[in-house]
Every structure is written in structure tokens, then in C-alpha cells.
Write a protein that binds this ligand. Structure first.
Ligand SMILES: *[C@@H]1O[C@H](CO)[C@@H](O)[C@H](O)[C@H]1NC(C)=O
Length: 282
């Protein structure tokens, strides 16, 4: 008997199924201040004196890679915060945060990151960006697997949070999270620690979202993934930083990191949290 194996090679080398905002998200705050446009390909949030706005994913995710492109408020964005994060619910919730703190024209945004596990955060790292995030769309990604969380900007890792349960540090691994984003006024703290207030004559302030993609699991057994070169793109499941990525991470942390809780010895006079101590095991 002869067996013929037929290998079907797609001529489409790479297919990406970018999400549709109508299918994947609900507007949860600000009514008409949030808009889905271009048949679901673009979402805008805006803020004026009357209200900010926000949205939330319909799905909950338990591990995955989540990508979104954002273009932040152009010009004077001082006092505003654009938050983009994953979170579960309740007092012992887990959370993985990107927050963009606006600034006056020509001055840099701050990208603030944090990780909450079992309701406890306090793991802030802050960065300037190596580009103007208001000029073009840039991709902000979270890779979340049982071993680590990697924050990426345009596919460059800016932060890695390793599972340090062995050291007694809780790790987000059992509570499914939704994706949330909101734009609001935080001029009591956001820009230069609250010194610069929101200039309402510049309102409305608008942030733009497109090309959402989730290669992620909505439960332990149900996962979706796009394909890359005809194969399921599941790289996130075991993703870790290779030598190239590690060099990029060091470059970002050396040149653009402006705050790291792990080196805040004033705050942690009794010793930095256990996950901050260098470990041989990743
Ligand atoms: C805004 O610009 C000032 C001056 O360059 C800078 O110190 C600050 O970190 C910037 N970002 C925020 C969010 O305050």
C-alpha cells in the first residue's frame, strides 16, 4: 500500500487575523466619547471636561500574547492618563498595566508599568519612549505565560516579570483577565507629579487604537491563535528572552528607564522585594 502525504503549503506566507472592535470589545464608559470607526478597525477614546471614556474586552484571557497599536494624544496631553491593561476582578485581583502619562507639547510621555498579583501591586517601572508615541501608531504587547510576563513595545522587550513563586512571590496564573483601556483626567498626579494641570482649552483629547490581536486562551482548554507561515503562532506559550532580546531589554533599561521599584532603596529600606534579587533560574 502506498500512502501519500499531502503537504498543503499556503501561498499566503503569513496571515494575521486582526480583531474587530465590534466583536471583541464593549464600550463601558463615556458613551459617545468612545467611538468604533472604519467598520470596527479603529477605536477612539476621548476626554473633555464632561467625561473620559473606556472600553473592555468581551473575552477573558488566561495566558497569551495580546497586541494593540495605540497612537496617543497629540500636542498638549498634560494631566491625562491613557491606561491599557489586563485585569481580573475582586480584592485579590491580578493586573498587568501599561499607563501612559501625558505631558505638555514637546515633553515626553511616561510609560508606567505595574504587575499586581493577589491584589498586591507596588511593582512600578517607568520609561520614556525612544520615539514620539503621538505621531504614529506603535504596538504595545503583553506576553503572559506561566513562567513570565514580558512587556514589549514594537516587539522590543522593556520589562520582564518572572514567576518567583519559589521565593514566595504570588504570580498571576489562575484568574482570567479582561483587557481594559480608559482615558481620564489625573492632573492631581500624572504630569510632573501633579504640578502641571490639564488645559481644558485643548480638549477634546483623543487616543487611537487599531490592530488588536490576541493569541490567547479564554480558558485552560480554549485557545485561539493566528498563523504564521502556515503554522499556529503559539510562540508565547514558552516565550523567553533570547540573547538578542536580552540585549534590547538592557538597552531600554539603561537608556529609557526612569523609575524601577527594584532599585528604590529609600522605599525598601528593609530590603527590596524577593523577585528583585538576581536569580540564576528564570
Ligand atoms: C514631562 O516633562 C517633564 C519635563 O521634561 C519631565 O520631567 C516629566 O517626566 C515628563 N512626563 C511626565 C508624565 O510628567
Amino acid at each position: 500500500m502506498l500512502f501519500f502525504l499531502l503537504f498543503v503549503t499556503s501561498l499566503m506566507a503569513s496571515t494575521t487575523f486582526a480583531g474587530n472592535f465590534y466583536n471583541d470589545f464593549d464600550i463601558t464608559w463615556g458613551g459617545p466619547h468612545a467611538k468604533i470607526l472604519n467598520g470596527g478597525q479603529l477605536l477612539t477614546l476621548s476626554l473633555d471636561r464632561a467625561s473620559g471614556s473606556g472600553f473592555r474586552s468581551k473575552n477573558e484571557y488566561l495566558f497569551g500574547r495580546i497586541d494593540m497599536q495605540l497612537k496617543l494624544i497629540a500636542g498638549d496631553s498634560a494631566g491625562t492618563v491613557t491606561a491599557y491593561y489586563l485585569s481580573s476582578q475582586g480584592a485579590t485581583h491580578d493586573e498587568i498595566d501599561f499607563e501612559f502619562l501625558g505631558n505638555v507639547s514637546g515633553q515626553p510621555y511616561i510609560l508606567h508599568t505595574n504587575v499586581f498579583a493577589q491584589g498586591k501591586g507596588g511593582r512600578e517601572q517607568q520609561f520614556y519612549l525612544w520615539f514620539d508615541p503621538t505621531r504614529n501608531f506603535h504596538t504595545y504587547s503583553i506576553v503572559w505565560n506561566p513562567q513570565r510576563i514580558i512587556f514589549l513595545v514594537d516587539n522590543i522587550p522593556i520589562r520582564e516579570f518572572n514567576n518567583a513563586e519559589k521565593l514566595g512571590v504570588p504570580y498571576p496564573k489562575s484568574q482570567p483577565m479582561r483587557i481594559y483601556s480608559s482615558l481620564w483626567n489625573a492632573d492631581d498626579w500624572a504630569t510632573r507629579g501633579g504640578l502641571v494641570k490639564t488645559d481644558w482649552t485643548k480638549a477634546p483629547f483623543t487616543a487611537y487604537y487599531r490592530n488588536f490581536n490576541a493569541n490567547a486562551c479564554t480558558s485552560a482548554t480554549s485557545c485561539s491563535s493566528t498563523t504564521k507561515n502556515g503554522l499556529r503562532d503559539d510562540a508565547w506559550r514558552t516565550q523567553e528572552l533570547d540573547a538578542w532580546s536580552r540585549r534590547r531589554l538592557r538597552w531600554v533599561q539603561k537608556n529609557y528607564m526612569i523609575y524601577n521599584y527594584c532599585s528604590d532603596l529609600k522605599r525598601f529600606a528593609q530590603g527590596v522585594p524577593p523577585e528583585c534579587r538576581p536569580s540564576r533560574v528564570h
